[in-house]
Each structure stands twice: as C-alpha cells, then as structure tokens.
Design a protein around this ligand. Structure first.
Ligand SMILES: Cc1ncc(COP(=O)(O)O)c(C=O)c1O
Length: 422
C-alpha cells in the first residue's frame, strides 16, 4: 500500500468533480530512492505561498513552478549530461536543432560573423544562413581540418563564433577540437562544437577547450530511434544565457522524452563499444571488396584524419562511409538490395541505417556539384547498429553484388562512340 501525503487538506465535503481532481492529482509520498528517475509529467508545481512562488519564479530560490522553465525529469537529464560531458552545466531541448539554435542565439548579435565548417549538417547550415542571416549575422564556411586556413580567416575578420562538428556528414571528417579551441580563443572567438556523430563517449569537447557543446540526443545518446532531444553543455555563465533562450523560445524537452534519453544514457558506453566493434570489422572488410572504391572510417589507417582520431577518440565510433562502383546507380542498387538496415534519415540507433546522399539528402546536386562537395555518386553513409555482425556482412555482400551488377549493366548501355583506347 503506497503512502499518501500526511495531513492533506480535507476535500470530503466537496462536490464530485472537485474530489476527483484533488484525489487523482495527489502524488504519493516516497521516502525511498527510486532506481530510475521518476517521470514528472506535471506542467505546474505548487508553492507553499505567494512569496515562495515569486522566489522560485525569479530564481531567488531553487524549485519548480512551470515545466517550460524547469521540470525535474529534464533537470535530472541536464545534470547527468553535464556530468558525462565534463561540463559545469547543461540544458536539454526538444531536439538537436533546438539545442543548436539556443547555443548560437545565446551568443550572436546583429552584425556578428560566424565561421563554420563547410562539412556541416544541412539544417544547421540553413539555420545559420536563413534564420540568423535574416537577423544580420554573416556566416562563411571553411575546411575546418585546415588549421592554418582557419587561423588566417579568423585573423582577417573579427568573428564571434567558430562552429564545427567533431565528426561530420557524410564523409566522416574529423576535426581537431583542442587545436581549433586554441585558435578561436587566440582571435577572441568562441568555439561551439556539434558532437552528435561522436557522442560524449568518444569525445568531450568541453574538456578539450570548447566553450559550448551541442548534441542531438536523438542519435547515440537516446540510441533507440524513439525520442527527439538535444542538449547544450558549458560553463554556468554560458548555460545561464542558453537557458534564457530556452525559456523565451520554449524549446524545452518534454519530461517523457527526458525519461527516455536518461534510459538511453545508462547504456551509451556499451552501445558505443558494440557500434564501434562492428563498424571496425565491417569497414576493414569493405576495404578488401572489389566493388568498394573507398572506405572512410576514423579507426582505419586509410582515413585522412586517422592519427588525429586515434589521439582524440578511444574507439573509431559507429559511423562509416564508403563508395561503391557504379556511381549514383551503383549506390542506389546497393541500398535497394539491403534487407537489414533501415532506409531512413537518422543515425546513432540500435538499427543499422544506411543512407545514399546522392539519391536522398543531396539529390538536387548534379554530378559536378556533388564532386565539389566531396561526395562521390556511389557514396553510402552507414550508422552501424547493434545487429549481429555476420548478418550485416552477408546483407552488405548482397548489396555489393547488386552494385556491381548495376555498374556492369550501366557500362553495357553506354554507346561505344569512341574507339577503344582513344
Ligand atoms: C550532426 C547533426 N547535428 C544536429 C542534428 C539535428 O538533430 P535533431 O534531428 O535531433 O534536431 C542532426 C540530425 O540528423 C545531425 O546529424
């Protein structure tokens, strides 16, 4: 039998509706420690009197009043994420984009300039150019692996924010967070890092000198393709500004979502180890396959930033990319032949998710534009899930056979207008 509050107000003489509301909203008193964070779905929290409510609302004393501003389940997740990010404080958001928006909006003013990695998530590019652009913020893009170029660009024009992604889409580019933090600070800029592809298990940008880290917790942290969430971590002072954006714009994470992300966080370490172990074997095997032209995995010696990745990350992570023969046609044939991976847009899930950017996210680009963006027609991006390695390998082998067959069929269709050897 659960306990009820001691000395509750007596509503027994009230009408049915009043009694039902009071009875059904009286929380149990629990004087034991629950082994998971309780889910507080309440949108409002009562104070003892008007003065206490005022003190809570103005932040003069800790407590809860209205769940958009603070709610206990969200606060528990924010504290947990601050702890694992190695940051003094954190706030949690309704999505990764909401978190990235709050991180940027907490700093930017009209007339500011942002220097951002050219290998950037598409919605973040749009946020910077379209939303902040309308408000008078200028963004220029740069290859953030070229430290000398970043240094020169920051020296040339006063810049408020250097914005990068630890590992970026779709070619799995790795940047040197510590070096970029030092360069940004030398030019009075702040470094903001989107750490979504790495997750805090692989990399903790705050410990490497970043001023704010933003994550889509929809991906590896949540881990199960069942919740949208985001987080920003940093110093108490910076997170106070981020919180103000959150309160003013209402991008608060729902308590149910916070509960699901907390559950994901408890298994992040074991999931990341398994994602990475499977990804490493798959990547090494793909490199030996004749239908594969190139493999990009930070844990392989062939990756352009392998030395940096080995220094910066304990393991290679769960994301890899590879190019199959046959260009766009080969990539499309590969993905259509798969039976295990989900054909969808996200990453960092229990499910393996394979994307073919040239026929999906980047399909509006012609071959020349794709090449300029460093994306080969046959490029596939793979977020390696938790399925059995051998099942994935066999499924991918079927995909590679389909890519080869499609490449041969396409080659046979090309008219031989040129003499062989011309
Ligand atoms: C690198 C990166 N950052 C941010 C986001 C946005 O996250 P969300 O979809 O949770 O808003 C994504 C989503 O795919 C992403 O890949």
């Amino acid at each position: 039998m659960g306990q009820r509050a001691t000395n509750p107000p007596d509503h027994s003489s009230r009408g049915f509706a009043t009694r039902a509301i009071k009875a059904a909203t009286t929380p149990p008193v629990v004087d034991q420690r629950a082994n998971s964070v309780p889910l507080y779905l309440s949108a409002t929290f009562s104070a003892a009197d008007a003065e206490e409510l005022g003190a809570i609302a103005t932040g003069a004393r800790p407590g809860y009043a209205y769940a958009r501003i603070d709610n206990p389940t969200g606060a528990a997740l924010a504290d947990a994420l601050a702890e694992i990010e190695g940051a003094p404080a954190a706030r949690v958001f309704a999505s990764g984009m909401s978190a990235i928006h709050a991180a940027l909006a907490s700093v930017l003013r009209t007339g500011d300039r942002v220097l951002a990695t050219s290998a950037i998530y598409g919605s973040t590019r749009s946020l910077l150019l379209n939303q902040f652009g309308r408000l008078g913020v200028t963004t220029t893009f740069i290859d953030a692996t070229d430290l000398a170029a970043v240094d020169a660009a920051l020296a040339l024009t006063p810049t408020r924010i250097l914005y990068v992604e630890t590992i970026s889409n779709p070619t799995i580019v790795v940047v040197d967070v510590a070096a970029l933090a030092a360069i940004a600070h030398a030019h009075d800029a702040l470094l903001i890092v989107d750490n979504t592809f790495a997750s805090p298990y692989l990399c903790r940008p705050i410990e490497l000198g970043a001023d704010l880290v933003a994550e889509s917790a929809t991906k590896f942290i949540g881990g199960h393709s069942d919740v949208l969430a985001g987080a920003v971590a940093g110093s108490h002072e910076r997170i106070a500004s981020v919180r103000q954006v959150e309160i003013d714009t209402g991008g608060t994470l729902s308590p149910l979502s916070a509960f699901l992300v907390l559950r994901g966080l408890t298994t992040l370490a074991v999931r990341m180890e398994r994602h990475a172990a499977t990804a490493r074997v798959l990547a090494a095997w793909l490199e030996t396959e004749p239908a594969v032209q190139r493999v990009l995995y930070p844990g392989l010696a062939s990756h352009p930033q392998h030395a940096l990745a080995s220094r910066q990350f304990p393991i290679g992570g769960g994301m890899l990319a590879f190019e199959v023969v046959g260009g766009r046609i080969g990539g499309g044939a590969f993905i259509d032949a798969l039976t295990i991976p989900e054909l969808t847009a996200s990453l960092g899930s229990i499910h393996t998710i394979v994307a073919h950017p040239p026929t999906t996210t980047h399909r509006q680009l012609n071959d020349a534009e794709l090449a300029e963006a460093g994306i080969a027609g046959g490029l596939l991006r793979c977020s390696v899930g938790l399925e059995d390695l051998e099942d994935l390998r066999l499924d991918f082998a079927v995909g590679l056979a389909a890519a080869s067959a499609a490449a041969s069929a396409a080659a046979a269709r090309v008219p031989h207008s040129q003499p062989v050897g011309a």
